[in-house]
Write a protein that binds this ligand. Structure first.
Ligand code: SF4
Length: 371
């Protein structure tokens, strides 16, 4: 009989004084490779192993009950559970560590089966439960305000690794997977540079045989990859688009996102306009407020000018500081004035104060800004 590997769940209490948590400083984990196939890969229920109604039972255990091991699937014959466990793995993570914040959000650090690590954040609100998930290990974009950007790029996450973040967080929160109704792809990585796997995971989120989410409750945040934005529109993924713009002009933007030289603001906004033209979905513009870099009233006026005619909502994100960050956040008054200038120009604006500061929940894009 094959021994079933167990996913390890650990809860780390917040540090005294609320020290900022940066993944690279977390204790390294020794991981045994797991070469079994991910059971999240076959489409439920038809492609799952098993005969007849057994496929449906297996799908229910995975996507409704949130089982993390075959051993939990008690209405399946023991011998079948054992043969499944020999061939397939349920969890994509060798270890899950949780870092609760005093404000109720919880940051999760996942150790993958190759020893790489990625992260997600659980954000409970009065009327909804949101999970912010990652699409890559590290990130190639290198935004100056982001701790993840400083880590550099590791690798793309697979589809199962993307979707299993939702399942693992739900389980740790004692929720059924379908109780998580809001997902934002704003964690580690640039989703549109891992398009195939992200699109696969999004389709699995929306699939009524899997997580059955509403596309209106899934948001993909990008630093601005025009071909990816156009592809999203052409593929009709149906989810909401958020653009991390952070500056109204190319020179300022390149100071904030060093890799932004590939595409100009004009090219990106053209793709966003095309996206709106095709999908008729309002786009969110994310703008992290950085002191002395992108927070002047002139820049607010310029932002309003370049967004004219676009059906967009601007989210101003106060910078969530982390140790060693080379930039500082704008003050409250400055943010307020910036917002007023945009509002006077007729743009809907929201300021989103970050959550989970004590556990480093924000990597820039992790600052949630849902309406
Ligand atoms: S803010 Fe987002 S896009 Fe920029 S480096 Fe961080 S994870 Fe990457």
């Amino acid at each position: 009989m094959t021994k079933v590997k167990k996913t390890e769940f650990k809860t780390n209490l917040p540090q005294e004084g609320g020290a900022c948590y940066v993944p690279a400083s977390a204790p390294a984990t020794e991981v045994q490779p797991d070469n079994r196939k991910p059971i999240l890969l076959p489409a439920p229920p038809d492609e799952l192993p098993g005969q007849g109604y057994r496929k449906r039972q297996l799908a229910d255990w995975l996507y409704k009950q949130g089982a993390r091991e075959f051993g939990e699937m008690t209405n399946l014959p023991r011998s079948w559970r054992e043969s499944l466990a020999a061939e397939w793995r349920v969890s994509e993570f060798a270890q899950v560590q949780a870092f609760p914040s005093v404000d109720g959000s919880v940051k999760y650090l996942f150790t993958l089966h190759d020893g790489s690590r990625t992260e997600a954040v659980y954000l409970p609100y009065a009327d909804r439960k949101t999970v912010c998930i990652s699409s890559q290990v590290g990130c190639p974009a290198g935004c100056v305000f982001c701790a993840t950007g400083r880590m550099g790029f590791g690798r793309n996450l697979t589809g199962p690794e993307i979707i299993d973040q939702i399942l693992a967080v739900a389980r740790h929160q004692n929720l059924g997977p379908r109780e998580i109704r809001n997902v934002v792809l704003m964690g580690m990585g640039e989703p549109l540079l891992n398009y195939e796997n992200v699109a696969w995971a999004v389709r699995r989120m929306l699939d009524e045989n899997a997580l059955a989410m509403s596309p209106r409750r899934v948001t993909l945040s990008t630093v601005g990859i025009p071909r990816g934005i156009r592809r999203m529109a052409a593929d009709d993924l149906g989810v909401k688009l958020a653009l991390s713009l952070h500056a109204p002009d190319d020179a300022t933007r390149r100071r904030i996102i060093p890799t932004a030289h590939s595409y100009s603001v004009a090219e990106i906004l053209e793709a966003v306009r095309a996206y709106f033209g095709r999908t008729k979905r309002r786009v969110t513009i994310e703008y992290t407020m950085l002191r002395g870099i992108n927070d002047s009233e002139e820049q607010a006026g310029e932002l309003a000018r370049i967004l004219k005619g676009l059906v967009a909502h601007v989210n101003l994100i106060p910078f969530n500081p982390w140790e060693g960050a080379p930039v500082e956040g704008s003050g409250r008054k400055k943010i307020q004035r910036f917002a007023e200038t945009l509002e006077k120009a007729g743009l809907p604006v929201t300021v989103r104060w970050s959550r989970g500061v004590d556990v480093g929940a924000a990597c820039g894009q992790l600052a949630l800004k849902e309406g």
